[in-house]
Design a protein around this ligand. Structure first.
Ligand SMILES: *Cc1c(COP(=O)(O)O)cnc(C)c1O
Length: 393
């Protein structure tokens, strides 16, 4: 119908349906932010034909848009995997793995130094959902074989534990697990997928809190689960849909925007953290520096054997003669280091922990304080710690 004879639609219809067709030929580096709940189909036939399990196409915003598919592809590349699913937080990625692979009556082995909210979730699964949970010594290595039961389905690993920093023997634990047909999932957040090649060391399922280094801006919560095996990914996909784990595309964009500098930032955090850690190792107030690249750290030799870097997160144990009142004063006296959870951003952070409340077994006496070394000048961070240490006496 010629334009001038077309019946004029009403105002409300026009503001909804008027269409601007952009000219071809636009090219730029940023990934486009495709927001969508509804995804459109050409015909009923194509609607019926498409399956949300098929990620070579689109069905509904919950399962992704080109923006989230791009981030999934890049994370797959970083970890040298085959499949990736995004979740609304790192903890949600842990939930996804637990829901995909554990049924009531199953047994799961979790390291005693696991990320706190992950432990809380496991205790909840045990109390309310009939899943049997055992905590194991993170330095157990091949002896984990003795803890594997008939109904053990999954072994979690954290390398290293993000508070007390023990570095587990990942290949030994994976070998023992696989000998009994048990899956191994690794929380690989500490290494950002840069400093530890998890699949090469035998891990089946990698979980990342993208909230940390991948986002790098202290402004996004997101997680990812990465696998190589299609069957494992299919089970994760089903659980992902059933749990309704969609992610916001603006957040996905923020992560994509910061990914190109991931390695540069990680290396900068690593260099500064080693300077600060080495300085702390010479201080009389500190009894141990729990930094995987330093010999005080349990599992240091395993870190040397298996890892290629360390990032910015480590902890110290104060001399046992200092009580909590004094170490709290130390933390409160820091000026550049801010008090807050999380890590991987540009700002340095510090958190004191009450280890006795967090662990089944903890035999150290001094108080543990964790540092996230940001991107400030290392010397300024050292000067800040030095003035705060002076408040101890
Ligand atoms: C932060 C963190 C998580 C959880 O990530 P969120 O996005 O904060 O839920 C999981 N594991 C480790 C080791 C973490 O540090």
């Amino acid at each position: 119908m010629p334009e001038n004879t077309k019946p004029k639609s009403g105002f409300n219809t026009r503001i909804i349906h008027s269409e601007y067709i952009s000219p071809d030929g636009f090219a730029a580096f940023p990934v486009a932010i495709h927001h969508a709940s509804t995804v459109l189909f050409d015909s009923v036939a194509s609607m019926r034909e498409r399956s949300w399990l098929d990620k070579s196409t689109y069905t509904y915003g919950l399962h992704g848009t080109p923006t989230s598919f791009t981030l999934e592809a890049r994370l797959t590349e970083i970890e040298r995997g085959e499949h990736c699913l995004l979740t609304p937080s790192g903890l949600a990625a842990i939930t996804l793995v637990n829901m995909a692979f554990l049924l009531s009556g199953d047994h799961v082995l979790i390291p005693d130094n696991v990320y706190g909210p992950s432990r809380d979730q496991a205790d909840w699964l045990s109390r309310s959902f009939g899943i049997n949970v055992s905590y194991y010594d993170p330095l157990i290595g091949a002896d984990i074989a003795a803890l594997i039961q008939e109904n053990t389905r999954l072994i979690w690993l954290e390398a290293p534990g993000s508070v007390s920093m023990e570095v587990p023997d990942v290949p030994a634990i994976c070998a023992a697990a696989h000998a009994r047909g048990v899956l191994v999932a690794l929380d690989n957040t500490w290494s950002a997928g840069i400093a530890f090649a998890a699949f090469e060391h035998g891990v089946d399922i990698i979980m990342q809190a993208l909230t940390k280094y991948q986002s790098g801006g202290s402004d996004v919560l997101m997680g990812a689960v990465i696998t190589r095996d299609k069957e494992l990914n299919n089970r994760l996909l089903l659980a992902h849909m059933r749990l309704g784990f969609g992610v916001g595309m603006d957040d996905v964009y923020l992560v994509l925007r910061n990914l190109p500098t991931l390695q540069l930032r990680f290396n900068a955090h690593d260099q500064s953290a080693r300077k600060v850690a080495a300085w702390l190792a010479n201080r009389p107030e500190i009894s141990k520096v729990l930094h995987p690249a330093l010999p005080d750290c349990p599992g240091h030799e395993i870190w040397q054997r298996d890892f290629t870097g360390a990032g910015g997160l480590f902890s110290v144990l104060f001399d046992a003669k200092y009580g909590e009142e004094q170490t709290d004063r130390f933390v409160d006296s820091l000026k550049l280091f801010k008090l807050g959870y999380s890590w991987g951003g540009a700002h340095s952070l510090c958190v004191p922990y009450r280890m006795q409340h967090m662990r089944t077994k903890w035999s150290e006496h001094g108080i543990l304080v964790r540092f996230n070394i940001g991107l400030e000048d290392a010397q300024d961070l050292i000067t800040d710690i030095e003035q705060a240490l002076a408040t101890l006496t």
